[in-house]
Each structure stands twice: as C-alpha cells, then as structure tokens.
Ligand binder design. Structure first.
Ligand SMILES: *[C@@H]1O[C@H](CO)[C@@H](O)[C@H](O)[C@H]1NC(C)=O
Ligand SMILES: *[C@@H]1O[C@H](CO)[C@@H](O)[C@H](O)[C@H]1NC(C)=O
Ligand SMILES: *[C@@H]1O[C@H](CO)[C@@H](O)[C@H](O)[C@H]1NC(C)=O
Ligand SMILES: *[C@@H]1O[C@H](CO)[C@@H](O)[C@H](O)[C@H]1NC(C)=O
Ligand SMILES: *[C@@H]1O[C@H](CO)[C@@H](O)[C@H](O)[C@H]1NC(C)=O
Length: 352
C-alpha cells in the first residue's frame, strides 16, 4: 500500500515536472519545496528563456555565456541561488540582477567581467554569499556593498583592483569571510587603512601572503600587511599675489602674479582654474620637471595666462576679460584642498 502511494507520488512529481515548463537542455526538479533548474555544462551562449517562474535555484555554470541581458531574470524573481561561474561573461547590463531581491547566493566567479553594475547590488539585500573572484574588475566603488547587511562571505580575489577605499566593508555587519588576495594593489597612503584593518578585524581574511603591493615600484612584492608606515599628509593650499589683491587697485594693463603654495604628502597634483567672463580655463600644473622661466602652457596659444611649474599663474596684462575668479586646488591620496581669489579690475562694476 505504502509502495503504491510512493509510486503514485513519483508519477505525480514526474507529471508536474512536465507541466511546469523547463527550457530545452536544462533539467528542472521540484524537491523539498525547492525548484531547481540545472542548465550547467550545456554550451549555452545566453540565459535560456522559459525558466519556471517559481524556480529558486538556477545553475548556469560552465557554459559559454558572454553577456547577461537586462531582462534575463525578470520572470524568475523567486531565485535564491544563481550559479554563473565559469562562463565568458564580459558584460552584465544594468538592472539585470536588481530584480532578484530574494537572492542569497550569487556566483559569477571565473568570468571576464570588467565593469560590474554595482548599483544592482543595492537591491540584493538578502545576499549571503557573493563570489566575484577571478574576473577582470578594476574599480570597486566605496559604497558597493553598503546595503548587504546579511552578507557572510565575499570573494573579490583574483581581479584587477588596485585600491580598496577605506570603509568599503564597514556596512557588512554579518561578514565572516573575505577574500581579497591576488589583486594588484597600489600601496599608497589610501591603502594604509587596509594593513591596519587586516591586523585587527575579526573577519577571516585568508591568504595574507598573497595580498601584495604591485605598485609603487619600491614596494612591489611587499605584503600589504607589512607595508611600511608612509608619510601621509592631506594637502593644503595658500594663494598669495603681487600686487596684493585686496589692498591694491588693479588698473588696466597691470601684471598680476598669483602664487599657489601647497603642502601635502605625497606631493599633490596642483590645478589652476580660471572663471573669467563666460570662459572657464583649467590648467593642470605638471608635477614633474624642473621649475624654470618657461610657462608650461604654450605662450602662443594662451598669452593671457602664463602657468609655471612652480604653480605660479601670471596675468601679464590685466583687462576686463581677465576679471574673474582664480582658484588653485591640490589633490593627493588623502584628499583635496582648494583656495580661490577674486581678481577684479578697478572701476569695473557689474558683469559685462
Ligand atoms: C512551482 O510551480 C509548480 C507548478 O505551478 C508547482 O507544482 C510547484 O510546487 C512549485 N514549486 C515551488 C517550490 O513552489
Ligand atoms: C518573461 O515572460 C514573458 C511573458 O510570459 C515572456 O514573453 C518573456 O519571453 C519572458 N522572458 C524571459 C527572459 O524569460
Ligand atoms: C529593486 O527592488 C525593488 C523592491 O525592493 C523593486 O521594486 C525594484 O523594481 C527593483 N529594481 C529593479 C531594477 O528591478
Ligand atoms: C615661479 O616662477 C616664475 C617664472 O620663473 C617666477 O616669475 C615666479 O616668481 C616664481 N614663483 C615663486 C613663488 O617663486
Ligand atoms: C566669483 O565668485 C563670486 C563669489 O564666490 C561670485 O559671486 C561671482 O559670480 C564669481 N564670478 C565669476 C566670473 O564666476
């Protein structure tokens, strides 16, 4: 009797599997209240259409998928596990993953992803496991994981990340496992936090011997955990002028010298920005080369503003067109400082 019942159940299950559509090449199973679509190892080039709408686990591993189109998963929003490892994925279109708000496990490791649609992750607040390792990703936005409160394990190892911004992992309050090794880290001031964080965090950060500096040259091969303490100072900017703007009348034809004095370590990148009339000029000051008497911007194309390697800006002939705002900014790993002065032609009232 029990045997007959089991047979009947088996038959019913088979029938249901038939009723429930399943893409060709995939096999769909319904067991333990989980609907599983197995489409692994099938040489698929795209995500198949017609996956059962209540499918909870989809395996597309080890296929030849190159692109994930934005509508690929709109009909299967019950999915809790999505396996996409070992494909040839280069592109994931924006909004492809965002509908999968039940997703707990996502594996997109071993692909060729360069630009991941980080905004999609915001929606995946149920994620517990995220494997993105062995791709070609370069940029990791600071707030990439800011909504993933349930994430336990994150793997971003074996990518091309050169930097991880401080506090990138701060919102991940459930995280216990983090793989970041085998990335070409630039061990500059902005990465010093990582050295200290690895030493103190309770999160397991495996393979510390593979978390290595790729740049700068003199630290190449150094373990991030052994990176020396660097001399790091946020930039400062101070503008001085001759004649002293504020207590001198600037008549037409006067020569105005604006010096931009900066500090900071590493040495900041300095830029002058001029807003005069309806024009906006940006003059980056080269950080290499000897300071000399030759302006770095070509005199023949810009006779109105001369920029020197020592960050001095000279207005050789003050006129109404040079009346405007002059600001100097300094940027290094630790931030940006900016200062500006108004250079006004005496007797000029109102804006032309
Ligand atoms: C999925 O849908 C099919 C048919 O609509 C149903 O028989 C099956 O029980 C459902 N599975 C789950 C896990 O809800
Ligand atoms: C989603 O469902 C609609 C309506 O059934 C169908 O036309 C469409 O092809 C499906 N899309 C995918 C990607 O399965
Ligand atoms: C993100 O999730 C919300 C619900 O939390 C949903 O309404 C929205 O459509 C999702 N975004 C996308 C692009 O699917
Ligand atoms: C920078 O160099 C220019 C050209 O040699 C010179 O006129 C200017 O006084 C220098 N500025 C400072 C702050 O030394
Ligand atoms: C210069 O800055 C002042 C104050 O910040 C502003 O009121 C003025 O419009 C600016 N002038 C130009 C030409 O941008």
């Amino acid at each position: 009797m029990a045997k007959r019942l089991l047979q009947l159940l088996a038959l019913l299950t088979t029938l249901m599997a038939f009723v429930q559509c399943c893409p060709e090449l995939c096999s769909c199973q319904d067991k333990f209240a989980h609907q599983f679509a197995d489409c692994a190892y099938k040489d698929l080039l795209v995500v198949p259409v017609g996956l059962p709408s209540n499918v909870t686990t989809v395996s597309l591993s080890a296929n030849k998928i190159k692109i994930l189109k934005s509508k690929s998963f709109i009909n299967i929003t019950q999915v809790t596990s999505l396996w996409l490892a070992h494909n040839d994925i280069v592109t994931i279109e924006t909004d492809t993953l965002a509908p999968l708000i039940q997703l707990r496990n996502l594996d997109i490791s071993y692909n060729k992803i360069v630009n991941f649609p980080w905004d999609d992750l915001r929606n995946l607040t149920a994620l517990q496991l995220l494997k993105m390792n062995n791709n070609e990703m370069v940029n990791l936005p600071k707030d990439a994981f800011s909504t993933l409160k349930d994430l336990r394990s994150l793997r971003i190892n074996n990518n091309k990340f050169t930097a991880i911004v401080q506090d990138t992992f701060v919102a991940l309050t459930s995280m216990s496992h983090l793989q970041i090794f085998n990335n070409p880290f630039t061990c500059s001031c902005s990465l010093e936090w990582l050295r200290d964080w690895i030493a103190t965090t309770k999160i397991s950060v495996p393979e510390p011997n593979l978390i290595v500096c790729e740049a700068p040259e003199h630290l190449r091969g150094t373990l991030v955990t052994q990176m020396p303490k660097l001399d790091c100072k946020a930039p400062t900017v101070l503008i001085s002028s001759q004649p002293n703007i504020g207590d001198t009348e600037l008549g037409e034809g006067v020569m105005v010298i604006l010096n931009c004095e900066t500090t900071g370590s590493p040495m900041p990148q300095v830029t002058w920005e001029v807003i005069a009339g309806n024009e906006n000029h940006v003059f980056p000051v080269p950080s290499t080369g000897e300071a000399n008497d030759v302006p770095v911007n070509d005199k023949t194309t810009n006779t109105r503003f001369h920029i020197f390697r020592n960050a001095t800006l000279i207005i050789p002939y003050m006129s109404k067109r040079e009346d405007g705002n002059y600001s100097c900014s300094a940027v290094n790993d630790l931030g940006k400082a900016e200062s500006g002065v108004r250079v006004a032609l005496t007797g000029l009232t109102g804006v032309p």
